[in-house]
Write a protein that binds this ligand. Structure first.
Ligand SMILES: O=c1[nH]c(=O)c2[nH]c(=O)[nH]c2[nH]1
Length: 323
């Protein structure tokens, strides 16, 4: 990844619009994905596709706007917002990443003074609600959705104009805001014990994690979703995280993210790298010994918050298979 503030010449000069919320109904359905054992997710109708978009543009011709208040080359960020909203109606693909690539390319084609654009978005999630199917069961409503504040897909494309062509400089996909609690079968023991240690070792803790997972592809065009067999949907990565959490008895969040990473790389050989940002939100025990079995009473942890960051690629998977 290049630093997202610096231009290719090392100077920081860009501007743009963020928090552009756009909602598109009846976008192209996402179908034809590869199935994986950890997930029931095989596609989505995209009846309601919501995104919070960020556009950041660069170009030497914007220098006078900073140096001397000369706005002759400045595309107002308000116009950028309108551009994004308008083109949401033209987009004929099925993924957040595809939308970002499309809009970014249109910016570069429309405005010569833009030399590079960094487009990113968080998906705004809506869940189809179950309604009676008329035969005693339930089916997802085709019309009514619940606004969700669960985890959401993330996408990013950094595009540049090079000899008249639009090239991909960088691409990143992700799923952010995963929050999972596992009630038992997690430990945290064996860490440094010295004069600063007050945390008691726990052979079995209730573990609450916040998790953002990002990935890059060997071929950044695979993120467009044009070939759905090569596309990695955020929903399947989320499902891998929860299945591995359920399966593995881990000794730390570090141990857990590594196990999740191995599984993601195993399922998706088309990925170049997987990146984790995790937060420890583990509750504190209030009552345990006087309650039956595994029962506990817990409470919110105080700040500060522990975090972990880790990146992995296929060399980690190869290391693992040697052992
Ligand atoms: O999974 C954890 N990793 C740590 O590094 C750590 N440190 C800590 O105080 N609690 C935890 N938990």
């Amino acid at each position: 990844m290049t630093d997202d503030t610096q231009n290719t010449d090392g100077r920081t000069m860009n501007y743009g619009k963020k928090h552009v919320n756009v909602y598109r109904t009846y976008a192209t359905p996402l179908t034809g994905l590869r199935e994986i054992p950890e997930s029931t997710f095989t596609g989505k109708p995209n009846t309601l596709l919501g995104m919070e978009v960020r556009a950041q543009v660069e170009g030497e011709e914007f220098l006078p706007s900073f140096r001397s208040g000369d706005n002759s080359k400045v595309v107002a960020t308000d116009s950028m917002k309108n551009f994004i909203l308008h083109h949401a109606g033209e987009y004929d693909g099925a993924t957040v990443e595809g939308f970002l690539h499309y809009i970014g390319s249109e910016f570069l084609k429309t405005y010569d003074q833009m030399e590079a654009v960094r487009m990113s978005a968080d998906e705004l999630q809506f869940d189809q609600r179950p309604v009676p199917d008329g035969e005693g069961g339930f089916e997802p409503s085709e019309l009514v959705f619940r606004v969700s504040d669960n985890e959401s897909a993330y996408g990013e494309y950094y595009l540049k104009r090079e000899d008249g062509d639009i090239v991909i400089e960088d691409q990143r996909s992700g799923v952010t805001g995963i929050e999972l609690v596992k009630v038992k079968d997690n430990s945290f023991v064996g860490y440094v014990q010295d004069e600063y240690t007050t945390l008691p070792e726990r052979k079995n803790r209730t573990l609450y994690i916040g998790l953002d997972i990002f990935w890059t592809y060997d071929d950044p065009e695979a993120a467009l979703g044009d070939d759905p067999k090569e596309y990695v949907p955020a929903e399947q990565v989320r499902d891998i995280a929860q299945v591995v959490f359920d399966e593995k008895d881990v000794n730390s969040i570090q141990d857990l993210v590594y196990q999740i990473g191995l599984r993601i790389l195993e399922r998706f050989p088309q990925l170049a790298e997987v990146n984790f940002e995790s937060r420890n939100q583990t509750w504190l025990g209030v009552r345990k010994d006087d309650l039956d079995g595994d029962a506990k009473v817990l409470r919110e942890p105080p700040r500060p918050t522990g975090f972990q960051r880790f990146s992995m690629d296929h060399s980690d998977l190869n290391e693992e298979s040697k052992e």
